[in-house]
Write a protein that binds this ligand. Sequence first.
Ligand code: NAD
Length: 296
Amino acid sequence: MADATLIDGKAMAAGLTESIKADTAVLAKHGITPGLAVVIVGEDSASQVYVRNKKRTAESCGFHSVQHSVDRNCSQDELLALIQTLNEDTQIHGILVQLPIPEHLDETTITQSILPAKDVDGFHYENIGKLTAGNLEGTFVPCTPAGCMLMIEEQLGKDLSGLDAVVIGRSNIVGKPMASLLLAANATVTVCHSRTRNLPQVARRADILVAAVGRANMVKGDWVKPGAVVIDVGINRIDVTIDGEAKSKLTGDVQFEEAARTAAAITPVPGGVGPMTIAMLMANTLRAAERTLKGG
Ligand code: NAD
């Protein structure tokens, strides 16, 4: 039986979505409807699910929501032309290209072609630079680490002075921006990755442990410091047998049952970081729209 507090990402995301709806209604009085354009290239089934969820949530927030499904064989120039059109469309405030994209397309060129002011995923170098410089107000923070940070703040407050944070994973989408956010909140941050030695030992130092690797159940219970806050970003589909039937289920990077015995608080998978990621995308899109009202 788990002892840790369960950090309910689904409930937090629902609360956030409600406040975004209210702010969207206020913006409507000024004649602005936040517009989100999601571009998906090809037929990747996980991406289709993510895009559908984003569209549904955007609509429930009262946004103008547009989806562009592009053939997987499209040329880079065609995709860039579409992004250019969206960059110029005054009804669109946020643009995201669902990753991964097919290999013949250059991910960097594509993500850097989105106007920084519409880059609600926070992947443009201008926004990454601002985040790294600690200018959180002037940037769009990538949605997954932004959501993780809200969950950490809920447990520990906004000032993490004196606390040790360990982030496992150094991707541009999760690990690195997560480290920047924790640092901005005064935590002492260690970033681990596939070349890190003695990972369990390093993890055990963490008052805040964020796992963003993509390896099912990698973080064992004895990697977790007693009383730690554990944020499990991983989404892994594994095969299981239920009542003699072969099925698949989603699991995180953390061995949940074990870790929950030691941690003070932990996110579940599913129902933790995932819903918060989508809510933060809506928050970023709302902010992008609000900025046009302020003329900047
Ligand atoms: P990625 O593959 O880009 O990065 C994985 C990182 O893990 C790398 O930095 C790598 O060095 C590190 N790593 C790999 N093997 C390791 C090992 N044995 N020990 C320590 N570190 C190791 O992945 P990503 O895009 O950062 O995503 C990570 C996970 O988070 C995936 O499961 C992904 O599906 C999930 N994810 C979830 C959400 C969400 O909304 N919940 C959003 C983004 C990503």
